[in-house]
Design a protein around this ligand. Structure first.
Ligand SMILES: Cc1cc2nc3c(=O)[nH]c(=O)nc-3n(C[C@H](O)[C@H](O)[C@H](O)COP(=O)(O)OP(=O)(O)OC[C@H]3O[C@@H](n4cnc5c(N)ncnc54)[C@H](O)[C@@H]3O)c2cc1C
Length: 454
């Protein structure tokens, strides 16, 4: 591979990078855009995620009569993250989420629809959108197909960027390698969309020590490259301890979808007793699960809930991979996991009595209906899904130094930037990941296209 000249080089072909390249290509067909992806065969986080995307005011949402607004959306995000994060960047990303959903559907051919069927705690209104499969792979496949077909985009797969090149304080390109051969891509605009650092144990130990030993159910490509290179180029880091925690059945990422608990499922530990308000916060609960005896907990739900979630891709995978146990009686569930049967029966009876009386030992709100046989269950542990801290950016996703001035030529998006979840997993509101990925990618594409032509 010989050296290349481009107008914009995008590093990382997940949700943020594909949106950045696709948007820039659409905005100006005279631009020469290069997209580097180290390994398209290794699922990126955008493929691993169920891809529930929050947006207020889309035509999909309006068609169902939901009365939502940008202000309510922003307020929900800020309420969850405790107001930690840049309010202007938060506003810009939330505002562009609707445009990103429309652009994916209308310009990039992604099959999108409103997904109001499940409860996502913390969203005042139903505002999650998804692919009909309720999974990420078809979205990424269509984005790759569309962007790969653009005449002004060169996609270099199996090509790993290895660093930024700078002239004085300006970023002027990236070094990369393909088949072990180094080369250089010179470009006045560089976008870092390499994801976060959930697969980098050293960075986890430094910034998120509580999850340094936890399974990473996010992408193995989440190695922190973009964040480290941005920092080396003088960027400020922000909210580095923020992350999305999750539960997992197996370390390959087999998991149940959060609405299993939101819709009424419960969690017990190996004593057969509940230990927490399960509806509290699935992201923050990951460390609570890890603190239980043996580092495990057991989710139990019933057929009513199972019917609600059975079309979610990750639920189908969990079933196929043998991660979910079913039983006609609670004794069968206790037997399957070697739980004390009497304690489990007592726990369920007490929980159901509480639901009837609208009170809960752990302060659980919005109790639904009592759980009943037949039963479904899964043994889980706490995991890290993806990191939420990263490079500080402005509302155009230009990377900022400590003094808030932009580093010329450098953009970043997705999990490479400081997200919307504050500095703790409890700050993560469902959808904060893809909201940032797609909206920041679109903002980068627009701004970079404009800055090159003017
Ligand atoms: C289990 C799980 C469930 C989730 N569920 C949801 C959900 O329902 N809703 C939601 O909003 N968010 C969810 N998220 C979060 C969401 O997936 C991420 O926030 C989002 O996908 C990040 O997009 P990205 O483009 O930044 O990163 P990615 O999609 O991971 O893309 C980064 C790309 O950069 C490439 N790369 C890295 N380094 C280099 C390099 N040096 N050179 C070239 N290429 C490189 C990687 O190979 C990868 O393809 C979930 C995450 C996980 C793990």
């Amino acid at each position: 591979m010989s050296n290349i000249d481009a107008d914009l080089v995008v590093v990382g072909g997940g949700g943020a990078g594909l949106m950045a390249a696709g948007t820039a290509a659409m905005e100006n067909d005279a631009l020469n855009i290069v997209l580097l992806e180290q390994d398209p065969d290794e699922p990126c986080n955008t493929e691993i995620a169920s891809n529930f995307i929050p947006a207020a005011g889309t035509r999909f949402q309006r068609a169902t009569g939901v009365d939502d607004s940008l202000d309510v959306f922003v307020a929900d995000v800020m309420a969850k993250n405790g107001g930690k994060g840049d309010p202007e960047v938060t506003h810009a990303l939330c505002r562009e989420a609707a445009a990103a959903v429309h652009q994916m559907a209308d310009a990039f051919g992604v099959d999108m629809e409103f997904a109001p069927e499940l409860t996502w705690v913390g969203h005042t209104n139903r505002r999650l959108h998804a692919h009909p499969s309720r999974g990420g792979p078809p979205i990424v496949a269509q984005l790759r197909k569309h962007i790969g077909a653009q005449p002004n985009v060169t996609v270099l797969n199996h090509t790993r960027a290895t660093g930024l090149t700078l002239e004085s304080d300006r970023v002027v390109g990236v070094t990369a390698e393909q088949d072990g051969q180094p080369f250089h891509v010179a470009a006045p605009c560089v976008a870092l969309t390499t994801g976060g650092f959930s697969a980098n144990r050293e960075m986890l130990a430094e910034y998120i020590p509580e999850m340094a030993e936890a399974p990473n159910i996010g992408s193995n490509g989440d190695n922190g490259d973009g964040i480290r290179w941005g920092q080396e180029a003088g960027a400020a880091l922000s909210l580095m301890s923020g992350y999305q925690g999750r539960d997992c059945i197996f370390e390959d990422g087999t998991r149940v979808t959060p609405p299993v608990l939101n819709e009424g499922g419960i969690a017990v530990n190996s004593t057969g007793r509940r230990f927490v308000n399960e509806r509290e916060d699935y992201s923050a609960l990951a460390r609570v699960y890890r603190a239980q005896p043996g580092g495990v907990a057991y989710f139990i739900w019933d057929a009513r809930i199972q019917r609600m979630v059975e079309n979610v891709l990750v639920m189908q995978q969990a079933m196929e991979r043998g991660g979910i146990v079913t039983g006609a009686s609670l004794d069968a569930i206790a037997d399957a996991y070697d739980l004390p049967a009497a304690a489990l029966a007592e726990t369920m009876a007490r929980y159901n009595e509480g639901v009837r009386q609208n009170r809960d030992d752990f302060g659980r709100q919005e109790l639904t209906v009592p759980l009943e046989a037949p039963w479904y269950a899964a043994r889980i542990t706490g995991a890290i899904a993806h990191t939420q801290g990263g490079l500080a950016v402005d509302t155009s996703c230009r990377v900022l130094r400590d003094d808030k001035t932009p580093i010329p030529g450098l953009y970043a998006g997705g999990n490479t930037i400081a997200g919307l979840s504050g500095d703790d997993p409890a700050g993560y509101l469902s959808g904060n990941g893809l909201l940032v990925a797609y909206a920041s990618g679109m903002i980068i594409g627009r701004h970079a296209a404009e800055s090159i032509t003017t």
